[in-house]
Ligand binder design. Structure first.
Ligand SMILES: NC(=O)c1ccc[n+]([C@@H]2O[C@H](COP(=O)([O-])OP(=O)(O)OC[C@H]3O[C@@H](n4cnc5c(N)ncnc54)[C@H](OP(=O)(O)O)[C@@H]3O)[C@@H](O)[C@H]2O)c1
Length: 264
């Protein structure tokens, strides 16, 4: 059974690696000696990051331009990984979409793509990566949910609902695999300063940074938790939010999100 904290020499696949938390996963995993497969739509950004990491760490870094919101994206992704002759030891399902504003104003034609990216691809990548990891006696799967998973988020309903799905799915997969050598957990960042939150403020004060979020995730490799919330304050809010009465949670969340949406 592999030790999940031993990263050097393993191959890590990071989706949404062109910016923000995903790019920081790439940097911190490379600093620990992982070979990388980086996926996003912006190939120029991926290639620039890859060149930097290869020069700094002398690792194999592959880049793949892929729109994960399109049908069969996970199948195409794993086919390309197999064409490289690589197996995925460490999977970070990080790519995600978030929109701010009333659900009534969402473009209905965008909905299937949101569900593909935020839900289906994460689930399908997990299902594709798991059997070979189990067969090899180890591996790591980190699925990015968010503190929105712990309570509904008016004005970002699609994002928080998908985070809740990913949290629940990942907790269950974690439980199925605790004795099979594969470390599976959901990472739940709160408001974090990335291009996704550009121009927004955090209702909790200062935003967390991608390097803090990734450090939290890598530290959690050594424990046995099914979900990990980044930051002490985010932990507190997530725990309290899931225990308060529904009308109170909804009223508070609506007020906070209306302010955030207006500021945006
Ligand atoms: N920042 C926060 O406050 C926060 C809080 C909770 C959870 N999260 C979650 O953390 C994850 C990372 O977010 P972030 O804050 O780092 O945002 P970000 O900087 O906007 O990064 C999102 C990444 O996903 C990629 N991506 C988006 N759509 C894609 C698509 N259709 N196909 C392939 N790649 C796609 C983007 O690359 P391209 O545009 O190049 O494709 C980018 O690399 C997301 O799942 C997000 O929901 C973030």
């Amino acid at each position: 059974m592999h030790d999940p904290t031993l990263i050097a020499g393993r191959t890590a696949l990071v989706t949404g690696a062109s910016t923000g938390i995903g790019a920081e996963f790439a940097r911190q995993l490379a600093a620990r000696g992982a070979h990388l497969i980086l996926v996003a739509r912006s190939l120029d950004k991926l290639d620039a990051l890859a060149a930097d990491l290869r020069a700094k760490h002398q690792l194999d870094v592959f880049t793949m331009q892929l729109d994960l919101s399109t049908p069969n994206a996970s199948a195409r992704l794993f086919q390309r990984v197999s064409d490289l002759g690589r197996s995925v030891d460490f999977l970070v399902n990080n790519a995600g979409f978030s929109s701010l504003g009333p659900t009534a104003e969402l473009d209905p034609d965008q909905v299937p793509g949101i569900v593909n990216l935020n839900v289906e691809v994460i689930m399908e990548n997990t299902v594709r990566a798991l059997p070979p990891m189990i067969a090899r006696g180890g591996g790591v799967i980190i699925n990015i949910a968010g503190t929105g998973a712990f309570q509904p988020g008016p004005y970002m309903a699609a994002r928080t609902a998908s985070a809740a799905f990913i949290l629940s799915f990942t907790q269950a997969v974690h439980a199925e695999n605790t004795d099979r050598g594969v470390r599976v957990f959901a990472l739940c960042p709160g408001p974090t300063a990335t291009p996704m939150t550009s121009g927004q403020t955090s209702p909790l004060g200062k935003m967390r940074t991608p390097d803090q979020v990734v450090a939290t995730a890598l530290k959690a490799l050594g424990n046995r938790k099914a979900s990990v919330v980044d930051g002490r304050l985010n932990n507190l809010v997530a725990r309290i939010g899931s225990r308060l009465p529904e009308p109170l949670v909804l009223a508070m969340a609506t007020r906070i999100m209306k302010r955030t949406t207006a500021a945006h």
